[in-house]
Ligand binder design. Structure first.
Ligand SMILES: NC(=O)c1ccc[n+]([C@@H]2O[C@H](COP(=O)([O-])OP(=O)(O)OC[C@H]3O[C@@H](n4cnc5c(N)ncnc54)[C@H](O)[C@@H]3O)[C@@H](O)[C@H]2O)c1
Length: 452
C-alpha cells in the first residue's frame, strides 16, 4: 500500500504538470513521471483485446499481468504486447479463479475486467478488496444484490470502481453534453436512448469464428455467443442498458443532484432469434425448438427525482440498422440522433429542424477538439480511446472516476427492475437510492475539460 501511495503522490504531481506541456499525445503526459501505471487485464477476448490495443498506445502504462481461461486469447495478447515492444506480463488463466492470484500481485495498480457478464461483479468485488483501481466493462451487474455488492465494496474498501462506458465519450454525445452544460436546451425534460443493435450474428455462430455463419451458442459457440445468448433464453429483461442510459445519466446528473426514482417496462413477443435459427439452420435444427424468453423490443420508462423521463429501448433480436436512438429534450429545444437533427427555439426557423452537424461542430467537446485525430481509429470511432484515457488518468491519481460504483449500480439496476416490471404487466418498480441520500449534495462531475 505504501508504494502505491507514493506512486499516487508522484503521478499526481506529474499530472499537475500536464497543462504545462504544450503538445501532447496520450501518455506523453506521464513520461515526465518516470513511473507507469501497472495495469492488468482480466479477460482478453474481443473487448479486452481492444482495451489492450489502446493501452499499448500509451507511454504511461505497463502491462503487468493478463488473465484469460482461453489460451488462444492469451497467445494473441502476448503477441501484441511483444510486437508493441513491451515487457512480457505475468500470465494467469489456469482455472476460472486464477484471476485471484493475479489480484494478489503487489505490483498491479489497476485492473480492467472484460469478461462475460456473470463474472463482472464477482471479479470487480475481488479486485476492489485487493486494493486495485478497478475498471469494469458494461453491464456491471446482473441482479440487485450484485448492484449493492459493488457499492458496498467500494465503500468498505475505499477502492475506486470505474464503469467503462465508452458511449459517454462518443463525439456527438460529448458535443450535446457540452450544449446541455451550457444550457442551450434549457431545463431538461425528456430523454430517449437504448441499445438498438441487430446482434443475431453475435448471439449465434458456427463455433469457429465470432461472426461466422451458424446458429450455435453456449458450449458449441465461440466468443459472445458462448455466454450472451443464454441471457436471451432465460431472461425477459433489458440486459444491456448502459450504452443508452449512461450518456443520458451524465447529462442530467444522476447520483449528483438527481437520481433514478422508478421504472416501468414492457416487452413485445420474442420471435427474432427463433426466426434467425430457422432461416439459417433450418427448422429441424435442435435450437429451433427453444423458446427464447426475451421480448424482441423492450421499452422502459424511468422517472427521475428532478422530473425528467428517460425512455430506454432494448432491441437486439430483429433485423435493423444500428442506432442508440438518442433524444435530448429541454425547455428550449431538442436533439435527435435519428435524422441527425436539432431544434433550438429562437435560433432555428420556427417549426423547422436544423441539421445537427453545425451545432455539433460549434459545441465540439474540448477533448475531441484536442485529441480527435489521435482518437479516431482507436475503436468504435474513437470513444474507446477516451474511456481508456479517463480510466488511466483517474487511476494514476487514484481519484473518483467519471462513472463510479454508484453509477454502475444505478444504471445496471435497470436489468433486474425491468425483469420484475415486465413480469408484473408493467408495474412500477422503485430504484434503491444507492448513494443512501448523498445524491442530494454530491456535486456534478466536471465533464467539460480537455484532460480526461
Ligand atoms: N463497451 C463496448 O463497446 C463493448 C463491446 C463489446 C463487449 N463489451 C463487453 O465486454 C465484455 C466482454 O465481451 P467480449 O466481446 O470481449 O466477450 P468475449 O467472449 O470475446 O471475451 C470474454 C473473455 O473472457 C474470458 N473469460 C471467461 N471467464 C473467465 C475467467 N473466469 N477468467 C478469466 N477469463 C475469463 C473468455 O475466455 C474470453 O476470452 C462483456 O461484458 C461485453 O458486454 C463491451
Amino acid at each position: 500500500m505504501n508504494s502505491r501511495r507514493n506512486f499516487v503522490k508522484k503521478t499526481a504531481m506529474a499530472g499537475a504538470g500536464i497543462s504545462l506541456i504544450p503538445s501532447l499525445s496520450f501518455g506523453a503526459i506521464s513520461n515526465a513521471s518516470q513511473q507507469k501505471l501497472k495495469l492488468a487485464f482480466i479477460g482478453v477476448g474481443l473487448r479486452g483485446t481492444n482495451h489492450l490495443n489502446n493501452a499499448l498506445l500509451r507511454k504511461d502504462v505497463e502491462i503487468a499481468a493478463i488473465c484469460d481461461v482461453d489460451p488462444k486469447r492469451i497467445k494473441m495478447a502476448l503477441d501484441k504486447i511483444d510486437k508493441a515492444g513491451y515487457k512480457k506480463p505475468e500470465v494467469f488463466g489456469n482455472s476460472d479463479y486464477d484471476y485471484r492470484n493475479l489480484l494478489e500481485l503487489k505490483d498491479v495498480d489497476a485492473v480492467i475486467i472484460a469478461t462475460p457478464w456473470l463474472w463482472h461483479t464477482k471479479m470487480a468485488v475481488d479486485a476492489m478488496k485487493a486494493g486495485k483501481y478497478t475498471g469494469l466493462e458494461v453491464s456491471a451487474a446482473n441482479t440487485m444484490e450484485e448492484c449493492w455488492d459493488l457499492v458496498n465494496t467500494h465503500e468498505s474498501t475505499g477502492s475506486h470502481l470505474m464503469l467503462l462506458e465508452n458511449v459517454n465519450y462518443r463525439r456527438d454525445i460529448m458535443a450535446v453534453l457540452n450544449m446541455v452544460k451550457q444550457n442551450v436546451f434549457g431545463e431538461l425534460v425528456h430523454f430517449r436512448c437504448g441499445y438498438q443493435h441487430d446482434l443475431r450474428f453475435v448471439k449465434f455462430n458456427d463455433g469457429k469464428s465470432a461472426y461466422g455463419k451458424g446458429v450455435e451458442f453456449g458450449d458449441k459457440g465461440i466468443s459472445e455467443s458462448k455466454w450472451r445468448t443464454q441471457h436471451s433464453l432465460l431472461r425477459n429483461a433489458d440486459v444491456y442498458p448502459t450504452h443508452g442510459v449512461g450518456p443520458m445519466a451524465a447529462m442530467c446528473d444522476v447520483n449528483r443532484g438527481n437520481r433514478f426514482m422508478s421504472l416501468t417496462s414492457h416487452a413485445t413477443k420474442g420471435i427474432g432469434l427463433h426466426n434467425y435459427i430457422v432461416d439459417n439452420g433450418g427448422k429441424e435444427h435442435p435450437n429451433a425448438k427453444l423458446k427464447f424468453k426475451q421480448g424482441d423490443v423492450i421499452t422502459s420508462t424511468i422517472e427521475t427525482a428532478n422530473g425528467e423521463t428517460i425512455i430506454v429501448t432494448h432491441d437486439c433480436n430483429l433485423p435493423r440498422p444500428y442506432s442508440l436512438g438518442f433524444r435530448v429534450q429541454g425547455a428550449n429545444g431538442l436533439w435527435e440522433v435519428d435524422g441527425n437533427r436539432m431544434y433550438i427555439d429562437g435560433q432555428s426557423d420556427p417549426h423547422r429542424w436544423d441539421s445537427a452537424d453545425e451545432w455539433l461542430k460549434k459545441y465540439d467537446h474540448p477533448l475531441w477538439q484536442k485529441y480527435g485525430e489521435l482518437a479516431t481509429g482507436a475503436g468504435h470511432g474513437g470513444m474507446d480511446f477516451f474511456v481508456m484515457n479517463a480510466f488511466v488518468e483517474s487511476a494514476k491519481e487514484n481519484i473518483a472516476p467519471p462513472m463510479d460504483a454508484y453509477d454502475a449500480a444505478a444504471w445496471s439496476a435497470i436489468t433486474p427492475l425491468s425483469e420484475v416490471s415486465i413480469e408484473n404487466n408493467g408495474e412500477p418498480q422503485d430504484f434503491p437510492d444507492f448513494t443512501r441520500g448523498a445524491w442530494v449534495n454530491r456535486k456534478p462531475y466536471n465533464w467539460i475539460k480537455d484532460t480526461f
